[in-house]
Design a protein around this ligand. Sequence first.
Ligand code: MV4
Length: 494
Amino acid sequence: MGGPGAGEAPALLPSARSKGQPARLVLNEPEGCRRCPCNCMFKKILIANRGEIALRVICACKELGIRTVAIYSEADRHSLPVRFADEAICIGPPQLAQSYLNIPAVISAAEIANVEAIHPGYGLLAENANFAEVCETCGIKFIGPPPEITRLMGEKEKARAAMRNAGVPILPGSEGVIASDGEALEWARQVGFPIIVKASAGGGGRGMRIVRTAEELPALFKAAQSEAAGAFGNGDLYMEKYVERPRHIEFQVLGDTYGNVVSLGERECSIQRRHQKLLEESPSTQMTSEVRDRIGGILCKTLSGIGYVNAGTVEFLMDQDRRLYFIEMNTRIQVEHPVTEMVTDVDLVKSQILLAMGERMENVLHGPIVHRGHAIECRINAEHPEKFTPSAGKITAFHPPGGTGVRIDTAAYAEGVIPPYYDSLIAKLIVRGKDRAEAVSRMARALEMFIVEGIFTTIPLHRKILADPDFRAGRVDTTFIERFFAVRKEESAD
Ligand code: MV4
């Protein structure tokens, strides 16, 4: 067994580097998986991630009888993924660029451990097409879609065109990249104000500007352009009709290597702050089984047509008339995947691994997708309640709630330290109920019974959201948190 319990794991890569040896990259190998030319079971998987998602992947591997290799930075030496993986390799200092984002170091660890596949989790290298290509070149299966698909979906206006051509509803907007602010004005007059300009390489709300009049367009266009160029090294922009107070609704899909794609229904993710989701649920209170089946059907046909493989999420905006419009596709497992698991009983991470091994969909799912009950997830972040800044440090007390219908995905533990270098997500509290009312009251009591001391967390914020009359009535959209804080400020000023 690896990890602190069995003595320190060897710090292979930093010492190799200090001897002046370059990180090893095996090139010129035949395409495909050289260690496993048939579609037989993976024997060992490397997890190129940390925290709760690394542990989540380890859980799936253990249940499938696959050995696991954790990679970790010096800041994560005492982490649970290191403890629970069969092997653990230190790949560098705490900074992301020198550890979890250091592709030669990750590949070297995979070579040394002799794994057949790498699971990237979410974030980090999960949507890096170049990394997926390096994996395949080295004969290591990347557990995710082919790099060409990741690259297509990373160029948002190309993804939009691909979806439109296949009959997925999109918002009125520009065709392809906009060359100049003059062209932007032409499109805006055609589409009608308000419009939103978006970065082609964007995501997370950066390089976006809402434009309400022709007068303000040139300046906002330039601002979006330079923000996109600075953030992504690519100033390309496109444009869409702006939807006021939309809901954010996304569909979970799975694809196999034989062209079979299935939809696992939607997640409602409107409760977010500064483009960071806080709470997700499934089903959406605004969804009907007719719309779910219709959109799901269109997505399966479309994604099968472009050769989509493995797990993916298709993001939509829903307007006040409950119409859905495609905005983006994410080619990874998402943070909020457990809410879909809770209502469908499908293990999405196990499915990802089986699909990457070349299993057929019928052997992964064992029957049609059925949706039962209601699930809610609260993201527990280590952050200051007013400043929203990360709150690193030692957890002095930790009591996670349990009981019927409660699930916690976390790598946090009492006396454990939250390092300051990484994402602030420390736990996901997920509940399931027979309906939304039961899920809401179950979440409220679980939050009441969740104790984390020594650091600030979003638990108190979630307790307030769960008590909010609009939330309880299902009246949520992407402006919910803004309005929530505005009302509280007003009340505290009284
Ligand atoms: C929009 C929109 C309104 N109209 N597009 C923000 C992040 C990016 N992924 C897409 N975003 C939006 N695109 C049109 N045509 C409003 C948003 C938006 C938003 C979307 C999803 C979740 C939260 C949001 C918060 C503010 C704005």
